[in-house]
Design a binder for this molecule. Structure first.
Ligand SMILES: *Cc1c(COP(=O)(O)O)cnc(C)c1O
Length: 388
């Protein structure tokens, strides 16, 4: 008997799908087997030293020991606007079209509270980042899943969403480069998405956490704000986490339509008191001078990607070679469900993969490999899978 009744919003969260896998992992570990986890999307490489040095300097300033502004330092928002101009050719007003976040997850989780009422419909990709569904649920919204299928290059089929759902929809979440499928969106998809959102009056939320993890400099991921008219309907979430190996630092940004940025700011004003200003100052340094480092991280991920793809080919496992993100989304061999295959691989090799179903039912038949482990360990892991 528990003493406290949980709020319904907690009971509504989807069941934890990894319990069985965690159990097998613990069992294999207890047998003394060497476990290699390719399950977590968290960069293994350290944050560049110059960013750490900027933090140390900024941490010494008494002004930074006080409450920060919940929308972020104006100097941080200006650095974001400068970076968007340089990287995407997108012009932003730092005063009204940029807000600092305590990591983009914080912003994504809070955003529906500003714009979704109980019963409102929210379109969300599946497989997808679980926060879209939980934040919608916390606001009382109803998720309509858009399956990401290989035959559509893992883009949602916007024409397969019924006109009724488009009419009812308040918001749509998309995420490219995509976690977990590693797919990229092309300009024509984004153009159609913006046009649909305008037609039906739907708020377009683009989660752009992986735009800087790309492998072809002639085919860089787009910001949704590069599309004509997008700023009328869209907000884009971005983060320093994946780009500069700063997941632990908790700093990011939301940019786009001033009204959407303002609504999110209102929620934040009442929920948190912003991101430590010393971290924001370090973030400014990263945005200004981080590009050569970001390039060196891309080179590391490319090398790892090539190694993993070669090994998967050798093992007869089907996949699409990722052009962006640090994930490989591969097919489970015939005769296995995602969970069965992942369980078998842990048992026999000690290598931990993520089952596709962990990101939603349409992820069945797939598993995800994360490239965020040191290269020799990754090589060891894939050689064990090949030998299976
Ligand atoms: C990592 C990740 C984020 C958020 O990262 P933060 O550290 O909170 O900025 C957002 N979306 C996706 C899809 C991610 O994989």
């Amino acid at each position: 008997m528990s003493q406290f009744y949980q709020a319904e919003r907690l009971a509504l969260l989807p069941p934890y799908l990894f319990a069985e896998i965690d159990r097998v992992k613990a069992e294999v570990k207890a047998q003394g087997k060497d476990i290699i986890s390719l399950g977590i999307g968290d960069p293994d490489l350290p944050t560049p030293d110059f960013i750490i040095a900027a933090l140390c300097e900024a941490a010494k300033k008494p002004v930074n020991h006080q409450y920060p502004s919940y929308v972020g330092l104006l100097s941080y928002r200006k650095a974001v606007a400068d970076w968007y101009k340089e990287r995407f050719g997108v012009v932003l007003d730092p005063e009204t079209e940029v807000v600092n976040l305590i990591g983009s997850k914080e912003g994504i989780a809070h955003f529906p509270l500003a714009f979704v009422d109980p019963g409102d419909t929210v379109l969300s990709p599946s497989p997808g980042y679980p926060v879209y569904g939980s934040s919608t649920g916390f606001a009382g919204g109803r998720v309509v899943s858009m399956p990401l299928l290989e035959e559509n290059d893992f883009l949602p089929d916007l024409d397969a969403v019924s006109p009724d759902d488009w009419h009812k929809a308040k918001m749509i979440f998309v995420n490219y480069p995509n976690n977990p499928t590693s797919a990229m969106a092309d300009r024509s998809f984004f153009e159609k998405l913006v046009q649909k959102c305008k037609e039906y009056g739907v708020i377009l939320v683009h989660d752009a956490a992986y735009t800087e993890i790309y492998f072809d400099p002639n085919n860089k991921p787009l910001s949704i704000l590069e599309i004509d008219g997008a700023k009328d309907v869209a907000i884009e979430f971005h983060s320093l986490s994946k780009t500069y190996n700063m997941t632990g630092w908790r700093t990011g940004m939301a940019v786009g339509a001033a009204e959407l940025v303002k609504g999110l700011g209102k929620i934040k004003e009442n929920m948190d008191s912003g991101c430590f200003q010393a971290v924001q100052e370090a973030g400014i340094a990263a945005l200004k001078d981080g590009e050569p480092y970001a390039q060196s991280f891309r080179d590391v991920y490319r090398e790892r990607r090539d190694g993993v793809c070669a090994a998967l080919t050798k093992a007869g496992i089907e996949f699409r070679e990722p052009q962006a993100s640090f994930y490989v989304w591969a097919k489970t061999p015939a005769g296995y469900t995602s969970a069965d295959f992942v369980t078998k691989v842990i048992r026999q090799t000690g290598v931990v993969l993520t089952p596709g179903t962990g990101f939603g039912a349409p992820g069945e038949g797939y598993f995800r490999i994360s490239l965020t482990v040191p290269t020799p360990r990754l090589e060891e892991a894939v050689s064990r899978i090949v030998a299976l």
